[in-house]
Design a protein around this ligand. Structure first.
Ligand code: IPD
Length: 276
């Protein structure tokens, strides 16, 4: 069955824009801590996810949903071949609470396990990144492409180290950072997976990485990067292929650049394992 993807896209885009506007007038965040002190949720995360799911479900009752807040409460549902909306109501919740203006509503649609459309909207900068599979990536309706960088020595790299309080990740980050800091031109850490990845898509950044992410961090932004000509791969030390449902996420302006990163990270991982 052929799906009316453009109809899905137009409707979702309008919902995402409305949801984003809510963030601009937020006042009483009602912050709660989830499993860890750095993992925060506000009343706005829950409200936006509830509204997006309800409105999409009213329109397409047989579609499935994977939302950050619902999944964290009841577990991540299995991904089937059915059209599945994957939603992060606010990516960069800690930034939002601190009024850092780098937070976004992210909605992706996966059909037959293929990332089919993606929308990432930062209402604070009024930047809306979009992609439909096979039709390119756009920022506020204007076509975007990665900068195509291949030389790691020229790279500004965003490395998200938000799981550093977990001993498994702390070690991994420290060894990888030690290696990468010697070869790239600069390192940043923005606290939002979806915006960082979109900055690779539009060429502001050359590469972005976060180990230990979730489907809602990559469903929309991953498609936007690949539609912009970028490369996406997995960075776990097991060497597995990129898996939307268990993402360890490196996105880079080009495949050559991603390969270069993986060579350095492999060396760092070997050093860490040998040091044990
Ligand atoms: C978080 C951000 C952050 C990443 C975390 C995510 P949230 O999303 O994307 O950059 O490092 O792992 O959980 O909690 O703000 O939606």
């Amino acid at each position: 069955m052929d799906h009316p993807v453009k109809e899905y896209f137009d409707y979702a885009l309008q919902l995402v824009k409305e949801a984003g506007k809510v963030l601009l007038t937020a006042e009483d965040y009602q912050v709660e801590c989830k499993s860890e002190v750095y993992d925060l949720v506000t009343v706005y995360d829950r409200r936006i996810e509830e509204v997006l799911v309800r409105k999409l479900k009213e329109k397409w009752p047989d579609h499935k949903f994977i939302g950050e807040e619902e999944s964290e409460a009841s577990g991540i549902p299995e991904l089937t071949d059915d059209p599945t909306w994957i939603i992060d109501p606010i990516d960069g919740t800690a930034n939002f609470i601190r009024q850092l203006r780098m937070s976004a509503v992210s909605v992706g649609l996966v059909i037959r396990k293929q990332q089919t459309l993606g929308i990432v909207y930062n209402p604070f900068t009024n930047e809306c990144y979009t992609a439909i599979k096979g039709q390119g990536a756009f920022l506020n309706g204007k076509r975007i492409r990665t900068n195509g960088e291949t030389d790691i020595s020229k790279v500004v790299f965003a490395y998200e180290i938000s799981l550093a309080r977990n001993p498994k990740y702390l070690d991994l980050y420290m060894y990888r950072l030690k290696h990468l800091m010697r070869v790239v031109s600069g390192i940043r850490s923005f606290g939002t997976a979806v915006i960082s990845a979109c900055y690779v898509a539009d060429g502001r950044l050359d590469a972005y990485q976060c180990d230990g992410l979730y489907p809602w961090d990559v469903a929309a932004a991953g498609l936007i990067v690949t539609e912009a000509g970028g490369h996406i791969c997995d960075t776990s030390d097991s060497g597995k292929a990129f898996d939307l449902m268990d993402p360890n996420f490196l996105v880079a302006a080009s495949k050559a650049l991603a390969d270069e990163f993986l060579i350095h990270e492999k060396k760092a991982d070997e050093e860490r394992i040998n040091a044990k």
